[in-house]
Design a binder for this molecule. Structure first.
Ligand code: G
Ligand code: G
Ligand code: MN
Ligand code: NA
Length: 253
């Protein structure tokens, strides 16, 4: 298939870029970090979004080198910002399920942190909640990752199969409430109830809560009232190029 051939050469041709979406502290309104999101600038097809090539990358195994490029680029960028005097922020990077099964993942993450000089507390790996289906397989590697001193979050929370008793064994720092609950929490009483319950449970477990895809002021107010810690979404900002992010959030020209 054409796309697969193109995907194989895209790394070599430097066709991938990362955008950074700010993550905002809901009580102070201040930026706390960013989530790195990959984009593919295809020479003929133009911009291709991750949903249209990440599944193929996972099937073909190309997600391993692509994932490594993402991790290195995101860590380098974060270190660069720190060197430029920007207040240190957390860089969140999405990890694909397939990467968790990569035998040397922990070694690679350790190596990239050393190579880029980024302190581990400024890297957060986002793991999708669907891995909880195979919690026995992944728990050891997740524990090893945590021992590197990095932060871990559970992405898409509420959509997958999450045996709740594992939440207390899983060494995560935060959960990201899936957007499907957020976008309805203003109009649907059941979604609002679920969001409140997730936030309350997370706080009891000493986890931070991040809401994704906040688009409306009503959602923000609801989340603030229910003490959600952080948020991302178009209401604050879309994913931005590095220079744009610094200009818009740090008023540096
Ligand atoms: O903006 P958005 O279209 O960027 O992302 C769509 C989906 O692709 C999200 O579920 C996100 O987690 C995933 N995604 C974005 N960037 C990466 C990446 O670098 N690696 C992996 N594995 N998934 C990513
Ligand atoms: O699954 P994950 O959380 O990693 O994916 C984040 C995805 O959501 C990215 O594709 C990102 O571009 C997208 N996104 C971020 N903020 C918003 C928003 O406010 N609304 C919508 N519809 N998508 C968003
Ligand atoms: Mn994510
Ligand atoms: Na998500």
């Amino acid at each position: 298939c054409m796309l697969e051939t193109d995907l194989r050469t895209a790394l070599k041709k430097k066709e991938f870029i990362l955008c950074y979406q700010p993550r905002i502290h809901l009580d102070s309104g201040k930026i706390n970090g960013v989530e790195a999101l990959i984009r593919w600038e295809h020479p003929e097809k133009g911009g291709i979004l991750p949903l249209d090539f990440i599944p193929l990358a996972e099937e073909t195994g190309l997600i391993i080198p692509i994932g490594e490029w993402v991790l290195r680029t995101a860590c380098e960028q974060n270190k660069e910002w720190q060197k430029a005097g920007i207040p240190p922020m957390v860089m969140a990077v999405n990890l694909s399920v397939r990467q968790l099964y990569q035998p040397n993942l922990v070694e690679r993450v350790r190596f990239i942190l050393e190579e880029t000089g980024l302190a581990p507390e400024y890297l957060e790996l986002e793991i999708t909640e669907s891995i909880m289906m195979n919690v026995h397989d992944v728990l050891p590697v997740v524990k090893e990752l945590k021992r590197l001193g990095i932060r871990l979050s559970l992405d898409d929370f509420g959509t997958g199969y999450s045996p709740l008793h594992y939440l207390k064994e899983f060494p995560i720092d935060s959960i990201k409430i899936d957007q499907s609950f957020i976008c309805n929490c203003g109009v649907n009483q059941k979604d609002a109830t679920i969001v409140k319950a997730i936030i309350a449970m997370a706080h009891q477990l000493k986890l931070e809560v991040i809401a994704e895809e906040i688009e409306m002021k009503e959602h923000l107010i609801f989340l603030q009232q229910n003490l959600c810690n952080m948020g991302q979404g178009y209401l604050f900002s879309e994913p931005l190029a590095p220079d744009q992010l610094i200009q818009q959030f740090y008023q540096i020209e």
